[in-house]
Design a protein around this ligand. Structure first.
Ligand code: AMP
Ligand code: MG
Length: 467
């Protein structure tokens, strides 16, 4: 499949001194039908030992990083198994932080523990929120020190993905091997992710990828999620969220929100995510141009025409999501104005994104002091009229809003607190938060603590790639 082709190099993980399991995802293990006792072994989860029949590869890929093309590849990751579950679906098992490979360039092939715990926590939170994502099976500490800003304990993540075929994989294959190889890669990607399509039909393939990306980015936007490093190598053909580095959830609504320390221009800010997705898809389309048409000119024209549909595709998904967030069932021409007025009030009054939507779904929301401003009252009047127009009672709309607007997201403050304590050896906060994030749409006594807002914390919050 993807393991032994297109520039991949067979290479084993580099063993670590003293691997210890810090977190293990029993639910995921069971849902994949995996043998728990065989897998729950620190030497397997660190890559010190490969189970019989497993083979380890570092995959090659390229990618536009902040707009510039580079040859990349798994520099600190190993694809150690392609697992076929009982339904026949194939899953990539990948270790991250598992040692140097020929793609490491100047990197040490390792990862500090905190970023691996962070990926585990946020990817699993995204799964519970209903967003397509890679999953996390475990994190082990390595017993070794890595040097970043200073010495830090090392960690290895065991990631499960429906594949690691990225936009950057297409770019690498087009760049290095040419059109026939792109055709083969596309056939593999179709077989794996879009089996309903003809494996030679590049246009249908491109449309399908575009459609999944439109849905995915709309879900991110509807939850206030900021990926933070949407390079083309961090966009999966499957439509799963992949590569959790400097990602974070927005607190106060502001479309210009950026957390990533390296994103000084705000290229990957919250409000730019849809247009960046389109930009990345244009890079994919470039690889497919020769498959769209034998004439380059006509191939480009086809690519451009398809790409021009992205914005409507995205808006369709995004607006549907917003309507559901407000308990609306029908689509009406003035909906955009309604949403705009809500966002303007939220921006103006520095309201928390997650809290605002959750609060609007509560019976006594009108008494909330933060909603007393005139601009908010205007929105509420408009929304009430809109519901009346559909013949929906407010109370009913509010019931429907509950399973759409999370009560709980991985708030920056709690994530950082959990990671800080975990690195010091106390995993209790991490486990408590992880447990709470499994039911993000429910308000319980247990998750009360994690529903508290920490607006000041996020004002100066900076996230890191963890590379
Ligand atoms: P990322 O920012 O995690 O998407 O990584 C971008 C590229 O840098 C990928 O090719 C990674 O494999 C590589 N990389 C990141 N961190 C390291 C590291 N510590 N050692 C070697 N390669 C790395
Ligand atoms: Mg990456």
């Amino acid at each position: 499949m993807t393991g032994n082709k297109w520039g991949a190099i067979e290479i084993n993980p580099v063993p670590v001194n003293d691997p210890k399991i810090l977190v293990f995802n029993t639910d995921l293990c069971e849902s994949l039908g995996l043998e728990l006792t065989a897998l729950r072994d620190p030497h397997v989860l660190s890559g010190n030992r490969l189970p019989l029949g497993w083979k380890s590869w570092a995959l090659a890929y390229g990618g536009h990083q902040f707009g510039h093309f580079n040859i990349l590849g798994d520099g600190r990751a190993h694809l150690i198994h392609e697992y076929r579950d009982s339904s026949g679906k194939i899953w990539d098992f990948q270790l991250k932080g598992s040692g140097q490979t020929p793609f490491s360039r100047r990197g040490d092939g390792r990862s500090a523990l905190a970023p691996m715990l962070r990926e585990y926590l946020i990817s699993e939170a995204m799964f519970a929120l209903g967003v397509p994502t890679t999953r996390s099976l475990s994190v082990v500490s390595t017993g070794e020190t890595v040097y970043r800003e200073g010495p830090q304990p090392g960690g290895i993540l065991f990631r499960v993905a429906s594949s690691h075929i990225r936009v950057g994989t297409f770019q690498y294959v087009a760049h290095k091997f040419g059109t026939e190889a792109v055709k083969e890669l596309m056939a593999t990607a179709i077989q794996r992710h879009y089996p309903e399509l003809d494996f030679k039909d590049a246009l249908s393939f491109f449309r399908a990828v575009m459609s999944r990306q439109a849905k995915l980015i709309a879900q991110w936007m509807n939850l206030g999620f900021i990926h933070g490093v949407m390079n083309t190598d961090n966009m999966a053909i499957s439509g799963e969220t992949i590569d959790y580095g400097p990602c974070a959830f927005m607190d106060e609504y502001d479309p210009d929100t950026v957390f990533s320390s390296i994103d000084s221009q705000g290229r990957y800010r919250y409000g730019a995510q849809p247009s960046i997705a389109q930009w990345n898809l244009a890079r994919l389309a470039e690889c497919l141009v020769p498959l769209f048409h034998e004439s380059t000119e006509q191939g480009i024209a086809i690519a451009q025409e398809e790409l021009s549909k992205f914005s409507d595709l995205f808006s369709g998904c995004y607006l549907t999501g917003l309507r559901r967030k407000l308990g609306l069932r029908q689509s009406q021409p003035k909906d955009t104005e309604l949403f705009q007025s809500l966002f303007e009030s939220m921006y103006h009054h520095k309201l928390d994104f997650t809290w605002t939507f959750r609060q609007l779904g509560q019976p006594n929301f009108q008494k909330e002091p933060l909603f007393q401003h005139e601009s908010f009252q205007k929105f509420i009047d408009h929304w009430s009229l809109r519901l009346q127009d559909e013949g929906t009672q407010l109370e009913l709309a509010q019931v429907e809003m509950q399973p759409v607007n999370p009560a709980l997201i991985p708030r920056n403050y709690f994530v950082e607190e959990a990671l800080e304590k975990a690195v010091q050896g106390d995993l209790s906060h991490f486990e408590e938060l992880h447990q709470a994030l499994k039911s993000p749409y429910e308000e319980t006594n247990d998750n009360f603590k994690f529903r508290q807002l920490k607006p000041d914390f996020s004002k100066n919050y900076v996230t890191f790639c963890g590379t």
